[in-house]
Write a protein that binds this ligand. Structure first.
Ligand SMILES: CC(C)(COP(=O)(O)OP(=O)(O)OC[C@H]1O[C@@H](n2cnc3c(N)ncnc32)[C@H](O)[C@@H]1OP(=O)(O)O)[C@@H](O)C(=O)NCCC(=O)NCCS
Length: 198
């Protein structure tokens, strides 16, 4: 039986989950049949994404078997991780747990499974992009063997949404500490507002 992701977890009338429930969680490669629930999990647990999720996720499952990992409880996807191999390095994205299933060690199990998958493909180095504004996310990665490389900057461009360039006022500004702390404060305020919504 497939349950909507927003319903209570199996065997639990509300969001309370006993500490032994994580034994019922199976970590496995995601399939096409899991995509709708995975997208719903992302919408519910992370908010709407900026990337074209559905077609990209379908391509990932077609072309990178094992690149999507799901945590499943009785036919219900309660967690996910993308463990992508680009031929050079391994990269992890979209680590997500449904709120009712957090603090069970499931994220760490997904990370371990993603790492095992990437090792079989030959990865010698694996990275994860994590928002510094998200305390839960940074604490989760800090609880693993992955190191916070504070000296490394991330340079990114979203194809089709270029906001800079000669006609739009020149290149982006360098991220200084005052600007970074301003961005973090605004992100944390948004996060708090999202969490306090009924
Ligand atoms: C971040 C997230 C994936 C963690 O999932 P999780 O299954 O609850 O994480 P785990 O139970 O495996 O936690 C592992 C460790 O991370 C740390 N941690 C996780 N959540 C934490 C929190 N809310 N506060 C403090 N530490 C936390 C703890 O050290 C924890 O170990 P412990 O429970 O033994 O103390 C989950 O909160 C989530 O989906 N958040 C929204 C989406 C998101 O931010 N994803 C991260 C993108 S990189």
């Amino acid at each position: 039986m497939t349950r909507p992701i927003g319903s209570s977890p199996p065997g639990s009338p509300n969001t309370a989950v006993s500490k032994t429930d994580h034994d019922r969680v199976v970590i496995r490669a995601g399939r096409h049949a899991d995509l709708a629930q995975t997208l719903e999990l992302w919408r519910e647990s992370r908010g709407p994404g900026k990337t074209p999720d559905a077609p990209a996720l379908s391509d990932l499952v077609d072309h990178n078997p094992g690149g999507l990992l799901v945590a499943e409880v009785e036919d219900r996807v309660v967690g996910s991780l993308i463990a992508a191999w680009d031929g050079w390095r391994g990269n992890m994205y979209r680590l997500t747990l449904h709120p009712a299933w957090r603090r069970q060690g499931i994220a760490r199990r997904l990370i371990a499974a993603g790492e095992a998958h990437l090792r079989t493909l030959g990865a010698k180095r694996i990275t994860a992009l994590v928002s510094r504004a998200d305390e839960r996310a940074t604490q989760t990665w800090l609880s693993t063997e992955y190191e916070d490389e504070i000296a490394t900057a991330r340079f990114a461009k979203t194809i089709g949404q270029e906001r800079y360039g000669p006609s739009a006022g020149g290149p982006p500004r360098r991220l200084t500490w005052p600007r970074l702390s301003g961005l973090l404060c605004r992100a944390q305020a948004r996060e708090r507002a999202r969490e306090s919504r009924p």
